[in-house]
Ligand binder design. Sequence first.
Ligand SMILES: Nc1ncnc2c1ncn2[C@@H]1O[C@H](COP(=O)(O)OP(=O)(O)OP(=O)(O)O)[C@@H](O)[C@H]1O
Ligand SMILES: [Mg+2]
Length: 330
Amino acid sequence: MSVISVEHLSKEYQIAKKEKGLRGAVKNLFVARKTIVRAVNDISFSIEKGEIVGFIGPNGAGKSTTVKMMSGILTPSSGHVYVNGTDPQKERIKVVQDLGVVFGQRTQLNWDLRMGESFEMLKHIYRIDSGLYEENMAMMNEILGINEFLDTPARQLSLGQRMRGDLVAAMLHSPSVLFLDEPTIGLDVDGKYAIRKFIKEMNRKKQTTIILTTHDLGDIQELCERLIIINHGIIMEDGPLEELIDRIAPYKNLVVEYFDENAVEHEKAIILSHVGNMVTYRFQKADLTAAQLIHDISAQMRIKDVTIEEAKIDDIIRIAYGGKENGEKE
Ligand SMILES: Nc1ncnc2c1ncn2[C@@H]1O[C@H](COP(=O)(O)OP(=O)(O)OP(=O)(O)O)[C@@H](O)[C@H]1O
Ligand SMILES: [Mg+2]
């Protein structure tokens, strides 16, 4: 049984459409015109125990809507979600026991309570055994350093401190599944580092299954073995990041600095540019390795320096979202 199973899930929002102008304003008083936004459109996927999955896509793609349906906060228009075999709509209490959720844009901590008091409250709500509570607090403090803010009311915490607190709050009851919606948004370098470390540790130590949405390429590169890419409510890609890179950019470039202005040709590489002593070769990863290319050309002409260029992750992601390749006409 998969930890998460999403089957033909859709969500439509009804929004009131206002007519413009004075005439419209009068009309709006009498008839509320509705339009329908199909935020999530028949998506299906499943996630196995211990996976870290990046659920990514451009703004407005339907990520948060999906996360809210998976955690039982929002009712699907159609389709099903199962968390460890249970439907969060039907058995919310059971699912919540096994689920941690963090929305980076909104805190779950009580604004007026000291952070430690919020944790104590959760301890009671989830009936967390004292031994486990102490153990979890100690482990999480080691990575996130939250002990120094335990006496600070949530409203006085900085964004980074608050986000650390939210992660602890989500994981105190040792759920087997963690949903993170933009957990590193707005954080500085140290904050992002701590949160990525936390995600890796929870996954490694407790086999926590983690789904995260993010716009941060560092999060994607460092954390996500698998990516599910959504756009306009539809799944565009689902698979390992490595596979995506190999499919979108099945080539590498080798930049060679020669001692003089002549360049060696190679049957399995094309010359992209040749300026003075600098020559850029492009080769298909399936046909040739950089080591072989360097070996072959240096046998014919002395070379001074080489650099291997891989496709940039931001270009890969942009193209996967439906963007154009460089040089392609819009
Ligand atoms: N409560 C709502 N009422 C009406 N429309 C909504 C509501 N929430 C979201 N939408 C619409 O649904 C679509 C998907 O929104 P969603 O918040 O799921 O996107 P997202 O992928 O999380 O985007 P972002 O990266 O900006 O957070 C958008 O077109 C949005 O305007
Ligand atoms: Mg969102």
